[in-house]
Design a protein around this ligand. Structure first.
Ligand SMILES: NC(=O)c1ccc[n+]([C@@H]2O[C@H](COP(=O)([O-])OP(=O)(O)OC[C@H]3O[C@@H](n4cnc5c(N)ncnc54)[C@H](O)[C@@H]3O)[C@@H](O)[C@H]2O)c1
Length: 355
């Protein structure tokens, strides 16, 4: 049998790189697409060239394309040539806050770029599972309308209907999404549509906070990674509103890749899953400070700003029950303190080798 091929867009990003390494380990040939737009969105701190070097070093036969997914013709030609058995689409403008300053670029990458990926798949490999990294921002700020209780270090849902977190049936309509959330909704709905209308094996993974040691965390994207970077560097971290008690659920990128692998073994059409760390891997920012200090022994420096980020969730954690019902072999393998430890070590190594 010939070697199966996975095409990974955004292969130098947090999720794309993890997926590339994971699928290579499962015997796949990996073709990665990444134009290093993260450096365009976030400047030199977002540069992912170091990840490309790592992929080229660690993955035998890794093939890289620097094409921009906005370039329809180049993308169609690549997919026609490669005809991958699996497509994993993670390339994106990923920042909630950054999008408002670059609305055209944000929409072209997140919405139009996703359509380019889908249409290339439909023309040349319609049977191949197509996995799209969506986001919990598709729910807009609607989770903030749920009744919340203020606990000592975090907010939490009062309504027992949400004790396991936010389910996939939660409305994505009529709430404030941010420009980024809206462009991701467009991509998400289009991926569902190619599943439903063309019966292609597509799915949307609506991520919570996806993280891990390979994240180039910056202030505007990559909460836990950036928080640990600040801790290790002794840099001040800014907390935006909600008393620092806002809750995020965190999942290691490898657990994301493990879910994708389960999906391609038994793909469904037009599915949607909320993919985060769930309640067990959730923490507030204040709690994350404690975890960071525990991991590095360094005191967190931080400043509180009374104004929250526009549309920011006060409390969000994913209800993982649908994923677990459809794919019982999958579950979270990395508890939060372990994830924090890995990220801390990675920053300490990266920053000491940069000196
Ligand atoms: N990290 C998170 O916490 C999180 C949470 C929810 C959803 N997501 C989603 O997961 C996906 C991956 O996120 P990530 O954290 O790995 O982001 P990332 O920024 O680390 O990776 C995205 C990669 O795509 C590349 N890219 C961007 N525009 C491109 C273009 N036009 N052509 C080719 N390559 C391009 C970037 O250079 C970058 O390497 C995104 O769709 C994001 O919206 C991420």
């Amino acid at each position: 049998m010939s070697t199966p091929c996975v095409l990974v867009s955004g292969s130098c990003g947090l999720i794309g790189s993890e997926v590339s390494v994971f699928f290579a380990g499962q015997g796949y040939q990996v073709v990665g697409i990444d134009s290093n737009h993260r450096a365009v969105f976030f400047g030199p701190e977002g540069d992912t060239s170091w990840v490309l070097e790592r992929l080229q070093r660690e993955i035998p036969g890794y093939r890289h394309s620097t094409l921009d997914i906005r370039d329809r013709e180049a993308l169609l030609a690549l997919v026609d040539e490669v005809r991958p058995q699996v497509i994993i689409h993670t390339a994106a403008q990923p920042s909630h806050d950054r999008a408002a300053a670059i609305p055209f670029l944000d929409f072209e990458v997140n919405a139009l770029g996703t359509l380019h990926m889908l249409e290339a798949a439909r023309r040349f490999c319609a049977e191949s599972p197509f996995i799209y990294m969506s986001t919990n921002k598709v729910y807009g700020d609607r989770p903030n309308t749920l009744m919340l209780q203020e606990l000592e270090t975090r907010w939490d849902y009062t309504d027992p209907a949400f004790e396991n977190g936010i389910p996939e049936g939660f409305s994505i309509d009529q709430s404030k999404h941010s420009i980024f959330g809206a462009s991701k909704v467009a991509g998400d709905v289009m991926v569902q549509e190619y599943g439903r209308y063309f019966n292609m094996p597509t799915c949307c993974l609506r991520g919570g906070c996806l993280t891990g040691p390979n994240h180039s965390g910056v202030e505007l994207h990559g909460f836990l990674s950036y928080l640990l970077k600040c801790n290790v560097e002794g840099r001040e971290y800014k907390v935006y509103g909600y008393k620092g008690k806002q809750v995020r659920d965190n999942i290691h990128a490898e657990d994301v890749a493990r879910f994708m692998f389960e999906f391609i073994k038994a793909p469904r059409a037009g599915e949607v899953y909320n993919l985060g760390g769930g309640k067990a891997n959730s923490c507030s920012i204040l709690e994350a400070f404690g975890l960071a200090e525990g991991a590095t022994g360094l005191k967190m420096k931080w400043q509180y700003l009374d104004e929250n980020r526009i549309g920011d969730h006060i409390c969000y954690y994913s209800d993982l029950r649908k994923m677990q019902a459809h794919y019982p072999a999958w579950g979270i393998s990395r508890p939060l303190p372990e994830i924090v430890g890995e990220i801390a070590n990675s920053w300490m190594q990266r920053l000491s080798s940069a000196v």
